[in-house]
Design a protein around this ligand. Structure first.
Ligand code: NAP
Length: 275
């Protein structure tokens, strides 16, 4: 009997999970990967990710908790793995609530945060406003890798010209309009890219743009870790936006453990079906 697994994705780990699960259970498991669709719609998935996600792929929001509940029912989902990014709070909250309501077993693939090394100058703050306020004390040539969402907080940094920051802003997709950071070219520059980034690329950016502070989300994982290593090598401070609190419920950090978690459940149901 075929069972259905829904993987909430949008991360490198989610793609890897889909690959491993489809090959481990090709006969008995239907694997559906769900992507939000913002990047995919622009074609970046094809350009940047290269690897097609095996199994079925559905793209776009579900329509909140209720939409996800309807989807779980329609597709007769047996298990849900939340392998979304640690900062993707809305989908994770909806997933927990929808799974509770529909009695679908759920587990989170929890990406471990990066670990501080001796000598690292790390400052971690809980919100964008606090990050923006601390920035001028740490450096003025800023490599900003927070995405487009919270940039307004940096616009409020009203500084006299000689104290002004200059920003190198890395985004996944082109911004919808001018950024609230001053004049493009003079006050900021935008570069586009989606990880993974190589250490050489990150070293070159820090070096060529005379960056003296990196601003990043505490994302963890390997896809965007090179910038943290490059900052360590260059001995520049890193200002982190802390992770939002995780949803309650079971979570595992290692992919092998998630595979074992699913293995056990598939086998248990197969054994029950064969009597
Ligand atoms: P979010 O705030 O939690 O999600 C906003 C809405 O987008 C959700 O309510 C949901 O719409 C839809 N959505 C998000 N992930 C989805 C998925 N995997 N499948 C179907 N619908 C999804 O998330 P976000 O921070 O905008 O991130 C969007 C996606 O990008 C996530 O899948 C995440 O894994 C990935 N990502 C995020 C970051 C980050 O820094 N936030 C970084 C790298 C990758 P409905 O309510 O209509 O269902």
């Amino acid at each position: 009997m075929t069972r259905t697994l829904l993987i909430l994705g949008g991360t490198a780990e989610a793609g890897e999970l889909a690959r491993r699960m489809t090959s481990a259970h090709s006969e008995t498991l239907r694997v559906i990967s769900s992507l939000a669709g913002r990047i995919e719609a622009t074609g970046n998935q094809r350009r940047n990710r290269g690897n097609r996600i095996p199994g079925e792929v559905r793209i776009g929001g579900f329509g909140g908790q209720q939409g996800l509940e309807d989807y779980l029912k329609q597709q007769e989902v047996d298990w849900l793995i939340d392998a979304t990014h640690p900062f993707a709070v809305n989908i994770s909250r909806n997933a927990r609530r929808a799974c509770e309501a529909q009695k679908v077993e759920r587990i989170v693939l929890d990406r471990p945060p990066w670990q501080k090394h001796p000598g690292d100058q790390w400052v971690e703050l809980p919100d964008m406003t606090a990050v923006a306020k601390s920035l001028p004390w740490l450096g003025r040539r800023v490599f900003l890798t927070l995405g487009e969402g919270g940039l307004k907080a940096f616009a409020r940094l009203r500084q006299p010209d000689h104290l002004k920051s200059w920003f190198l802003v890395r985004l996944i997709s082109p911004p919808e309009g001018p950024l609230p950071l001053g004049t493009e070219g003079k006050d900021y520059e935008v570069i586009l890219g989606r990880g993974p980034f190589s250490l050489d690329e990150e070293r070159a950016l820090i070096d060529c743009h005379h960056i003296n502070v990196l601003v990043a989300k505490m994302s963890g994982g390997t896809a965007t870790e090179a910038k943290i290593i490059a900052a360590r090598e260059a001995r520049i401070p890193v200002l982190f936006l802390s992770r939002p609190p995780p949803e309650p419920g079971p979570r595992l950090e290692r992919m092998e453990d998630i595979l074992a978690w699913l293995d056990m459940r598939v086998k248990r149901l197969d054994e029950a079906a064969t009597g």
